[in-house]
Design a binder for this molecule. Structure first.
Ligand code: AQP
Length: 341
């Protein structure tokens, strides 16, 4: 078996399962634009609508959320000319390779996924088969492009690790060195943004409490109100980020602040040390509004022309398919599928 060197390539996705949050922005979108602008690697970004329907979605809302998500990508700096931007269902190779990976992945691997346990909860018998198999489809999303780097938030680390296991097992089972073993890229203060109501729970678009998250569509007053009302403790901010170890809510707000100014929490601490929340929260609110307002304004502008968004996604899907088709064809060949074309 010869060692294959894979061309470095970035892939990541977001589900159109509701509005975008500050967590999606800091943990994903902002970093996607940075990876694109660093250059040197092709960047492929996907609206994973087939993942979204693992939990029932209202069809009209799903269509709207997909277009709004595309607008969120572009407004956050992902340029559809520089990056490939599309929705998953327009490239059939995702589902096709996903099936093959359903046959590679083991039930036990899936059962260990914390997101499966969290989302299915006590009602696993009633959860969809798609929700259980979701990580195999995610592996297909990544490996269909032979992607080598996957920028994600902390919560997706386990799924990227499972993607690595699937790539290794496929290569081993078929005696090939075909799929790369991709790396999760989890860097910066924004990879784990927590709920504003509970610093031990991640900020999530599907949290029943709107006060727990900042939506990219929130106006300035709403953002300020949510930060003002965010849960905190009575202590002033410490001198170092280490001093936040047992203060999840305070740590979360400092992390958000640091991520918004492109610093690490340690680098941000000197200017915050000793501050009371009465002073820090308005400062954070102003910063968040300053950074997010241009994004929400641009999203609203883009959403006025949904047909143009659809055209962008269509063009992106064609480009994605050009990369995916030969990789899928070779996979079928390796597995032993007869093709008469
Ligand atoms: N709170 C977060 N902090 C940092 N990164 C986050 N991401 C999500 N929440 C945070 C990152 O955003 C990308 C897209 O995530 P997703 O929408 O595909 O799925 P998710 O992780 O399940 O996000 P949500 O908001 O919690 O969605 P729902 O509520 O539908 O399950 C990923 O890179 C993720 O890490």
């Amino acid at each position: 078996m010869t060692e294959v060197v894979h061309t470095p390539r970035v892939f990541s996705g977001i589900q159109p399962s509701g509005g975008l949050t500050l967590g999606n922005y800091l943990g994903a979108l902002k970093r996607f634009a940075e990876a694109q602008n660093q250059g040197g690697m092709e960047t492929i970004y996907c609206m994973v609508d087939q993942h979204a329907i693992t939990v029932w979605q209202d069809p009209d809302k799903l269509r709207h959320a997909t277009r709004e998500l595309a607008a969120g990508f572009i407004a956050s700096g992902v340029d559809p000319e520089k990056s490939i931007l599309f929705n998953q269902s327009q490239v059939p190779g995702h589902a096709q390779l996903g099936w093959i990976f359903n046959c590679v992945a083991r039930m036990g691997w899936m059962q260990r996924m914390t997101q499966w346990k969290d989302k299915a909860g006590k009602n696993q018998q009633n959860a969809s088969l798609g929700l259980f198999a979701y990580p195999a489809l995610m592996a297909a999303d990544i490996l269909l492009y032979h992607a080598t780097h996957v920028p994600v938030g902390e919560d997706q680390k386990q799924h990227v690790e499972l993607t690595r296991d699937i790539a290794i097992k496929f290569n081993h089972d078929y005696g090939v060195d075909f799929f790369p073993v991709p790396e999760p890229v989890i860097e910066g203060a924004g990879t784990r943004v927590m709920s504003l109501r509970d610093g031990t729970k991640k900020m999530s678009k599907s949290d029943p409490s709107d006060m727990s998250r900042i939506n990219l569509t929130d106006d300035a007053d709403t953002i300020s109100k949510k930060i003002r009302k965010a849960k905190t403790d009575p202590e002033p901010l410490p001198d170092t980020a280490e001093g936040l170890a047992d203060r999840p809510e305070a740590r979360n707000l400092v992390n958000i602040y640091a991520a918004l100014i492109d610093k690490t929490p340690d680098q941000a601490m000197p200017e915050l040390a000793g501050m009371q929340f009465g002073q820090f929260k308005p400062m954070l609110a102003d910063l968040a509004v300053d950074r997010l307002a241009p994004i929400s304004t641009e999203m609203a502008r883009l959403m006025q022309d949904p047909a143009e968004i659809d055209r962008i996604l269509g063009r992106g899907a064609n480009r994605a398919n050009e990369i995916a088709a030969p990789i899928l064809a070779r996979t079928y060949d390796i597995v032993g599928m007869v093709s008469s074309r």
